[in-house]
Design a protein around this ligand. Sequence first.
Ligand SMILES: Cc1cc2nc3c(=O)[nH]c(=O)nc-3n(C[C@H](O)[C@H](O)[C@H](O)COP(=O)(O)O)c2cc1C
Length: 236
Amino acid sequence: MILRRRSVRSYTTDAVDEAVLAEITAFVAGLKPLFPEAAPEARIISTKEAVFLQKWHNPQFFVFYAPATEEGLLNVGFMYQQLDLYLQSKGLGTCWVGLGAPADAVHKPPQGMKLAVMMAFGHPDNVPERSGETDFRRHKMADITDVPDGRLEPARLAPSATNSQPWAFLHEGDTIHVYREKLALIKARTHGRMNQIDMGIMLAHLYVCHPETFRFERREAHPEKAAYLYIGSVTL
Ligand SMILES: Cc1cc2nc3c(=O)[nH]c(=O)nc-3n(C[C@H](O)[C@H](O)[C@H](O)COP(=O)(O)O)c2cc1C
């Protein structure tokens, strides 16, 4: 699905069946977190119960809440990108949506959590899957890593808010050190939360390609990369 998925913004008004929603809810319950101690929460709400900058025709949305920490936001991207791939594999469309919020009067965040981001999902209105790698607008491999590495191709193709692709990689032996673009103060205020979610999304693509061997850890000793923040180190 990594090669075939896309953000779907055009939907029919048909609701997803109750039986399918039950399967989706069961899948969500089994998602693997990156940081078990900062577990997020997913809720399905009616599109009518939220406010958006765009017009959405799909009748239902996911809302993701999380502790307002880097761990919480990385978890949101990491866990719910697994959901994105699952939903698209079922023939449903999805789109991460940062520009929206549930109406406060109807939906209060769980204790200790804040709204992280939402996800549109539903029946796509005539939106074909991608035909392959040539169908993506992404940075070139040479622009994101010190050493070209085919194992990073799924990371390169990951979706991100405004397609910002804030990731970069340095290699050291078997280890891939992972970095996030540093943002200027003003931009950090508007894009910082989304960029942290983006990093979790990108890591999910590495995880689903290496589910048995994927490891992520933060190491005291790591190379610095100018204009980037160290996020952690991956082995695959
Ligand atoms: C955290 C996040 C927030 C996003 N917010 C929006 C949004 O509010 N509206 C929208 O139309 N697309 C949104 N997107 C979709 C991105 O624009 C899209 O993923 C990116 O352009 C790459 O395209 P692709 O997903 O089709 O590969 C968001 C994506 C992410 C990861």
